[in-house]
Design a protein around this ligand. Structure first.
Ligand code: SF4
Ligand code: SF4
Length: 284
């Protein structure tokens, strides 16, 4: 079966089984990324490596098609006849979209990937058997397989670099799938602190590592259920709704000026990441 068939079938399936029967109570974590602010500096990707103990695969393995970055910067070039360096480039940070109806979750034979009550697409490493079905079914190609036992086989973290490992995150072994977790370790601490004080996590109280380092403030993260959260306000202003596969803007005039969209919405995956981008003349 070709990937096109697979995704079309998935879209048909989602149309028969909409996901609006899963209300989120206290939290629904979501992100927005302003592509007009993103400069493609890659700081977010580097921060994600450091925060989440990602191994650097190195030039040789990369040349053989092996990559291992939970957030990658995709580049798009203007096709308007201009030559490099005048030619315009656009950058798009791509990470797990934490879909509400995630195609990766339904195909895992052992239930290693599943949905949390606060809207995360989670991955249970010690249950994963490395079938990689989730990887095949992810339309965003945001899942990464561990081909090597990095800390031992390849000595990726030689002394004293091993001291920079984040003790809040496990170092994964060979044979499991990995992906962006929306920095779940930070969310867990924030939720636990808030619970002990008898309140909910406040907007801005928890940041993802990629958001924290972005020099242009392109990344926003927060709780969509919280009406005061910046990310929720952004989604609302842009008239992007979580459980819709086709965003209906109020008027055609607004549709022309609003910048928010989600990637491959028509597949009914209901992504939790909204991108913002001005339509450029060269793209028309
Ligand atoms: S850190 Fe910010 S500006 Fe740099 S690539 Fe990531 S999103 Fe873009
Ligand atoms: S949210 Fe956390 S895990 Fe996901 S890409 Fe950003 S830094 Fe990495």
């Amino acid at each position: 079966m070709s990937i096109t068939n697979l995704l079309e079938n998935w879209s048909d399936f989602r149309q028969q089984h909409p996901s609006d029967d899963r209300p989120h109570r206290e939290y629904k974590w979501a992100m927005s990324i302003d592509l007009d602010a993103c400069t493609g500096c890659n700081a977010c990707s580097v921060a994600c490596y450091a925060e989440n103990n990602l191994p650097v695969v190195g030039k040789e393995k990369f040349a053989h098609g092996h990559s291992h970055h939970w957030i990658r910067i995709e580049r798009y070039w203007d096709n308007d006849g201009r030559e490099f360096a005048d030619q315009g480039a656009q950058f798009l940070p791509m990470l797990c979209q934490h879909c509400e109806a995630a195609p990766c979750e339904t195909v895992c034979p052992v239930g290693a990937t599943n949905h949390t009550a606060d809207g995360l697409n989670s991955q249970v490493y010690n249950r994963c058997v490395g079938s990689r079905y989730c990887n095949a079914n992810c339309p965003y190609k945001a899942r990464y397989f561990n081909w090597y036992d990095y800390p031992t086989t390849d000595n990726v973290w030689p002394e004293p670099m091993n001291q920079q490992l984040n003790p809040d995150v496990t170092v994964r072994g060979k044979g499991v799938m990995e992906k962006c977790t929306f920095c779940v370790q930070r969310l867990t601490v924030a939720k636990s602190d808030a619970r002990s004080e008898g309140r909910s996590v406040l907007d801005g109280e928890v940041q993802t590592a990629c958001q924290q380092v972005c020099p242009t403030g392109a990344i926003s993260f927060g709780n969509l259920v919280d009406p005061l959260a910046k990310v929720g306000k952004q989604w609302m202003t842009q008239q992007v709704e979580l459980n819709k596969d086709k965003q209906a803007k109020d008027t055609a005039e607004e549709a022309a000026k609003l910048r928010g969209y989600r990637i491959l919405e028509e597949l009914r995956t209901y992504p939790s990441v909204m991108y913002l981008e001005q339509l450029r003349e060269s793209a028309i």
